[in-house]
Design a protein around this ligand. Sequence first.
Ligand code: PLP
Length: 447
Amino acid sequence: MNEAEITQIQQDDRQYVMHSWAKQAYVRPTVITKAKGIFFWDERDHKCYDMCSQLVYLNVGHRHPKLLEAFKSVGEIPLAAPAFATAPKSQLARKIVKAAPENMAKVFFTNGGADANDHAVKIARMATGRYKIFSRYRSYHGATFGAGNLTGESRRFLVEPGIPGFVKFETPYLYRETLDFESEEAASAFYLNRLHSQILYEGPDQIAAVFLEPVPGSNGVLIPPKGYLEGVRELCSRYGILMICDEVMTGFGRTGKMFAVQHYPFEPDMITFAKGVTSGYSPLGGVILSRDVAEYFDEHIFLTGLTYSGHTVSAQIGCASMDIYQEENLLENARETGGVLAERLKQLKKFRAVGDVRSIGLFAAVELVKDKETKEPLQAYGMDYGKDPSGLMKKFVALLAEKGFYTYSHESSVIIAPPLIITAEQVNEAMNLFETALREFEENVLF
Ligand code: PLP
């Protein structure tokens, strides 16, 4: 790509493209000129480790040869509307159900993550005849109107006043909990007790579903305390409420298992997914329904649909992506290199600006603070999404990128979620860059 081409791309972008979550006058997007594996290069030919897999979707890495090959055979299978059966759609649904928890039975395909969650809300309302929907603070479920209402942080304010019947409850966040618990189990009991009380006061027979990200992603990779998710499952079962796990970010190997819920001894009623199913090479999402929920629709109309549900091209790319997970042992790699990452994260605790580190598989967050003792966050939660009055997080993320470590942050947490093909050596190289940036940030900016 020559300089004139790059300039043209940037000019057209500024003139014609609306960018998400941003004041348009200040957007100065980088152009990716080439990419391979865990790396991409920008317009200055600056090489970056893609340490967030773009938006946590490029699980097989950039320009994977087998996926590029899959695109070549795309024209051979005719496009078909959702009412038709196609080989890619059938095969992908089978592969997903076989890889999911044992109680899962069928897949409804959507275009991405937010509409998967919108559909899960509709399915829960249809299957239970109830209308209230519980979801958590410190969650992100997407930007459509329904998913926006599920979302439990400031990005939902854009769609308020919201849909009646959407109720929020707390996510356990032990690093910032002011109470002292003697164990993780005690913390879980505390949060579950609060949830139970909310369920009782909202009227259990009105509640269709409890939605949660098993490990909230954008909001800082908040690992649940021991017994918490099982406890939510128990409360849901007790009151006939459906438990819906949003695995849009955590699904497809990110945490070292195909789905994050498979780390725990419980089964949800529905799982929503997107991103990793195609490694983002083609847009696709969906809802996996348990046998019980799916069977309800044997004799009741499944009153919803999308033009591109089970889109032939995306389903083909999904099949190829799922094959790569297996052939290249990416789940195992996520566990092993995730162990290396966890070790490197532990070592970050020596830095004055590092308050907490959290990880599971190749899914991690580093939470930065101004003061380790008081835990004063580097960027406090803002009512106005993206507000960072001090600009400190922006500065740190820009410094990381300058060193060749590309990622993004949310509030005070820096997200680390590289492609699942990363090697142990590359994790170490990237984390060396992270430490260099952190050292400079502490010396020149923070203290
Ligand atoms: N749910 C979770 C947990 C997510 O992280 C995201 C996006 O980051 C979404 C839903 C929304 O997915 P999409 O942007 O594909 O609509």
